[in-house]
Design a protein around this ligand. Structure first.
Ligand code: LRH
Length: 492
């Protein structure tokens, strides 16, 4: 069988990487060729992404990828919702905002009013309410000179694809996180955009995962050493959608947790669930590949821990995760639990103090030291995984018998084991690199090297290291823990 080599640019909230993937009938091998930091910058008017530094990181990564030889194609994925705006000349209008910037505070009400209510908005888009959905970011910019001058909105992966190729498009898995895509037709919700005063021309033509997205511009080819004419392929450019492609499920009704900065917990379904119950529980229907729906909820994930670590390290206290994990395993069980969905955890800042404040407010002991904080965060995430997955199953009328935990969190044995214990379901952990694998596999499929989604997942299951965690105990301790956390009606 034929083998292909593909380059995936995968941008996360704290770093970006270029990874190459070798794909053949029985082969799926990744190599990380370049990693670069993603450091948001606070300007007087808000928190921004350094889009130019990220693009330079992609270029340098592609240059390293080109050393052993050409690649069959390139694909870009990143976090959702954020975008750059281009003016009539195609120039970027300012650095893109970070979704954790506070400028969208309080804008939702106005959008709901113009859209005919939150229920109507959900019926149209099927999207969970997160204060930073693109639609709310645009509403917060209404009347600004920048938005007035904007002619094209490009989501982050589409922006980088544009800079690589000159082509303009909106990849649909990521477009489904904007709050402007019609969940039933899969097209832009033109009527809704109109009611919100969003110029129709701002939203580019849609592309599906696997569609061609142009070829490298001559100066990009020259810099990277990749041949002119190297194709760029639209992948499932929403990182979570790419991660779900690489969930090595072989059974129907599997639940997943894509666990990194966020824990995206839910089910893959053949169609959306648009009931009032699903809306009230704030579940989302985001697009996957091949017409699938990612029915899930955002759980504030390892961000809680990453932000603690950033706070401590900023004060000159280095954090050694492996030794803290060992100590966390020995801390007192269920000493303090937080609700990861509490809105005060969303913005960057002094996370240890916010966790302490949550514990004081709820009459629990304040975790004393990093190992206790880590235990608190991981147990709280396991409880949140349990309540979110059980809710997803009930809302969708499914009965999952297994959980696939993919992404960086799959490295965390405590989190995997506690998720199994809390849910009473076996957890298959891995692949850690689900997003990069999904990116590469969609390119390989477009090149005709792998078959349909089940075949893609069989290849992942056959080639990637996975760990299995059986649930321990009768779950009663977790029942009591879960009862201590009031179910929050909506995230953030
Ligand atoms: C995860 C993710 C998630 C979105 C958030 C903005 O990286 O893409 O699916 O909700 O970032």
């Amino acid at each position: 069988g034929r083998t292909g080599r593909f380059a995936a640019a995968d941008l996360g909230a704290t770093s970006g990487r270029v990874i190459t993937g070798l794909v053949g009938p029985d082969t799926l091998e990744l190599a990380e060729v370049h990693r670069f930091p993603n450091v948001p910058v606070r300007l007087p008017d808000g928190l921004r992404w350094d889009a130019l530094a990220l693009f330079q990181g992609i270029l340098d990564g592609l240059r390293t990828a080109a050393r052993p030889g050409p690649v069959d194609s390139v694909g870009v994925d990143s976090w959702a919702v954020d975008y750059g705006l281009l003016d009539a000349d195609g120039a970027l209008l300012g650095a893109p905002y970070h979704y954790r910037d506070g400028r969208t505070d309080g804008v939702a009400e106005g959008v709901w009013e113009r859209a005919g209510g939150a229920t109507e908005l959900y019926r149209t888009t099927g999207l969970q309410h997160l204060p930073f959905n693109t639609v709310f970011q645009l509403a917060s910019a209404a009347g600004s000179a920048q938005l007035g001058a904007a002619r094209t909105l490009l989501l982050m992966p589409d922006l980088f694809t544009h800079w690589l190729t000159g082509s303009v498009g909106a990849e649909e898995t990521n477009a489904s996180t904007t709050g402007l895509l019609d969940v039933r037709t899969g097209g832009w919700a033109g009527g809704l955009a109109g009611r919100l005063g969003i110029a129709r021309g701002l939203l580019p033509p849609l592309r599906s995962p696997g569609d061609p997205a142009g070829t490298l511009l001559p100066h990009v080819a020259a810099y990277t050493g990749l041949p002119e004419g190297t194709p760029v392929t639209a992948v499932a450019s929403h990182d979570t959608a790419s991660a779900v492609v690489a969930v090595p499920t072989t059974e129907p009704d599997t639940a997943f947790v894509s666990c990194g900065t966020w824990s995206l917990a839910g089910l893959e379904l053949p169609g959306p669930v648009l009931t009032e119950e699903a809306r009230a529980a704030n579940f989302t229907n985001e697009r996957g590949v091949d017409g699938t729906v990612r029915f899930l909820r955002n759980v504030m994930g390892l961000w809680l821990w990453e932000e603690c670590r950033r706070t401590w390290e900023g004060r000159g206290h280095p954090v050694d995760l492996p030794s803290l994990l060992e100590r966390a395993a020995g801390e007192r069980p269920f000493a303090s639990l937080i609700d990861p969905d509490a809105p005060e955890f969303l913005a960057p800042g002094d996370m240890p103090e916010r966790i302490a404040e949550f514990c004081r407010r709820t009459g629990q002991p304040v975790p004393g030291g990093p190992a206790a904080v880590l235990r608190c965060v991981l147990e709280s995430l396991a409880v949140a995984h349990r309540r979110t997955l059980r809710r997803a199953a009930a809302l969708a009328g499914r009965d999952p018998r297994r959980i696939h935990l993919v992404g960086g969190g799959a490295r965390n044995a405590l989190l995997c084991q506690w998720t199994a214990d809390a849910t009473g379901l076996p957890v298959t952990a891995g692949p850690v690199e689900a997003t990069a694998l999904g990116n590469v596999l969609v390119q390989a499929r477009a090149a005709g090297l792998v078959g349909d989604l089940p075949a893609v997942r069989r290849l992942v299951a056959a080639t990637q290291p996975l760990r299995h965690y059986a649930p321990r105990g009768d779950g009663s301790a977790w029942d009591r823990a879960a009862a201590r956390l009031e179910p929050s009606p909506r995230n953030c």
